[in-house]
Design a protein around this ligand. Structure first.
Ligand code: NAG
Ligand code: NAG
Ligand code: NAG
Ligand code: NAG
Ligand code: NAG
Ligand code: NAG
Ligand code: NAG
Length: 491
């Protein structure tokens, strides 16, 4: 067995970006990768929990219905209830699927002796079990990535073809029916060379969540496997794989057909391509000019205030104070959400203080800005500012969800934006290439819309005053969101 090594990838210096450590392993001939959730507690030998788990495992070998290789099983009651989700690769037939699930689940239980929660990925299937429901939940951990140590001979061409292929397959898989979310395909990478790939989500994912999972997966794949001749990215709710040989059954019946409503993005005809490129380039240049003009205006402004220097008429603020309480988070609940501001949850450190990732009890992910102590700001002033900023709601602005005030602590709670900030893309030699013109244009367009909203369309008139690439966050779909109104000034 190849040994597992933990590879710290890179540390994002900035705010609101999140990338857990990847585990990188080399491929084994008989593939088996597993994760025992040590924190999940243990079941006692011969307990009801174990019996329930065994009953699920025994069902895997003999499942008499196929369901396109997807299974949502459970056994037992209340605290002894065991939940399980299992998925075979989209080209499997029932017999091979049953065999894979049985052996993978049996092996998993042996490896993860007594852990209540565990999961495994093997050559043709994945199996998860837990003492809680798993169905329909997009989950990011555990995740792992394994590659073929051989390098592609023409990496640039290979990566370009691969990236386009995975992009196509991801949209196809996410948009396919509720029973199977799988796509396989290949693309030429040079003379007599081809890359083959499959992507698959567990079908309990919605199109949106499948897309999100595959986006994370593709990002992980680029970090882990760029230039390699083969790679697997394994996540709880989706898997991606590419190889330079055909590893899947190309003749497997493509079932079921996608719902009529969702269709892949229309592709322009070849004749239109040049015109289209020209339009995009012109539009981008215009967009950039607008941005530059705005930035110049912004930087020409004289005074700079600290913290959140939004000034308002006090009278106006008083009227609206009552609403502020609904934005207030309890300090204890923030402590729970961020695991006591643990280092593991720290996303970055800015001039104003540190930012932590957190999760609310309802599963919503948040980013908590812990402002440096002693900003000397009064409670009322702070609340007023928060309330104003919270009113600014736009697709292209990072949303402020609330705040927390506890003695010296001043916390701002924002929506969590999964992708890195723009500077991580445009100033990085490799990742820069991921931004095609279409995406760049989309980002520019989004930023301008965000600014327009701040300047013209919101009830308040806000000038950002610190607009820069590191203040533009990108969500899973690469939609830009303007962050950090710390310099904002209200007119
Ligand atoms: C569990 O049951 C098996 C078979 O009945 C028995 O051999 C074993 O000793 C039991 N283990 C414990 C810890 O009770
Ligand atoms: C999946 O399994 C869980 C646990 O048994 C059950 O509550 C849920 O209804 C199942 N979902 C579907 C769509 O079958
Ligand atoms: C299930 O897998 C285990 C371990 O590989 C094996 O011993 C057992 O015979 C299998 N069960 C069936 C019904 O195939
Ligand atoms: C996506 O996954 C999240 C997290 O598990 C879940 O709360 C949400 O309901 C899912 N979204 C959809 C549209 O199913
Ligand atoms: C592949 O490339 C990486 C980095 O460029 C290098 O470290 C590694 O030794 C190469 N592997 C082989 C098998 O050539
Ligand atoms: C990706 O999809 C586009 C549009 O359907 C198509 O033109 C292109 O050839 C596809 N590329 C690959 C590598 O499959
Ligand atoms: C591929 O799938 C087809 C259709 O399900 C099946 O007839 C064929 O035997 C499969 N080939 C292999 C090598 O599994």
């Amino acid at each position: 067995m190849g040994s597992l090594t933990t590879v710290p990838l890179f540390s994002y210096s900035l705010v609101l970006s999140f990338l857990p450590t990847l585990i990188v392993a080399q491929l084994n001939p008989v593939y088996f990768e597993h994760d025992c959730n040590q924190g999940s507690g243990n079941y006692t030998p011969n307990s009801t929990y174990e019996a329930n788990l065994n009953s699920i495992i025994s069902r895997f070998a003999t499942l008499s219905y196929f369901n396109y290789g997807f299974f949502n099983l459970s056994a037992g009651e209340s605290s002894d209830k065991v939940y399980s989700i299992a998925l075979c690769r989209g080209d499997m037939n029932q017999a091979d699927c049953n065999t894979c699930l049985n052996s993978t689940a049996t092996e998993l239980k042996q490896f993860c002796l007594r852990n209540k929660i565990a999961m495994a990925w093997s050559e043709l299937c994945l199996v998860r079990y837990a003492n809680r429901d798993l169905y329909g939940l997009l989950e990011n951990d555990p995740h792992t990535c394994a590659f073929n140590p051989m390098n592609a001979s023409n990496p640039t061409q290979f990566n370009r073809a691969l990236s386009e292929l995975l992009n196509n397959l991801s949209s196809e898989a996410a948009a396919s029916g509720p029973l199977r979310k799988y796509a396989a395909g290949n693309a030429p990478t040079g003379i007599l060379q081809t890359v083959y790939a499959t992507v698959q989500c567990t079908p309990d994912m919605t199109q949106e969540n499948c897309t999100a999972c595959l986006n994370y997966g593709r990002r992980e794949l680029r970090l882990c496997c760029l230039g390699r001749m083969g790679c697997r990215v394994l996540r709880p709710t989706c898997v991606l794989r590419f190889e330079s040989n055909p590893f899947y059954n190309e003749t497997a019946v493509p079932l079921p057909s996608p719902p009529t409503t969702s269709s892949p993005t229309p592709s322009p005809g070849n004749g239109n391509n040049t015109t289209r490129t020209v339009i995009i380039v012109i539009a981008s240049v215009v967009g950039l000019l607008i941005l530059i003009t705005i930035s110049i205006c912004i930087f020409k402004r004289p005074k700079r205030n600290k913290d959140i220097p939004i000034k308002v008429e006090t009278k106006d603020a008083d009227n609206e104070m009552s609403g502020a309480d609904s934005l207030q988070f309890g300090f204890d609940s923030v402590l729970v959400a961020t695991d006591n501001f643990s280092d593991a949850n720290k996303l970055g450190q800015g001039g104003f203080g540190a930012v932590y990732k957190g999760q609310l009890p309802n599963g919503e992910e948040i980013a908590v800005k812990r402002l440096s102590k002693g900003s000397g700001q009064g409670d009322l002033e702070f609340k007023t500012k928060v309330q104003l900023v919270a009113k600014l709601q736009h697709r292209n602005l990072v949303r402020l969800l609330g705040f927390c005030l506890q003695e010296q602590e001043r916390l701002l709670i924002y929506e969590f934006v999964p992708n890195a900030s723009l500077d991580h893309f445009i100033f990085d030699r490799i990742r820069r290439a991921e931004l095609d013109w279409e995406t760049r244009f989309k980002i520019i367009h989004g930023i301008v819309r965000g600014l327009l909203y701040l300047h013209e369309d919101s009830r308040l008139r806000i000038i950002h005053r610190d607009l820069k690439a590191s203040n533009i966050l990108l969500d899973a779909e690469m939609v830009p969101k303007i962050a950090d109104f710390g310099m904002a000034r209200l007119f």
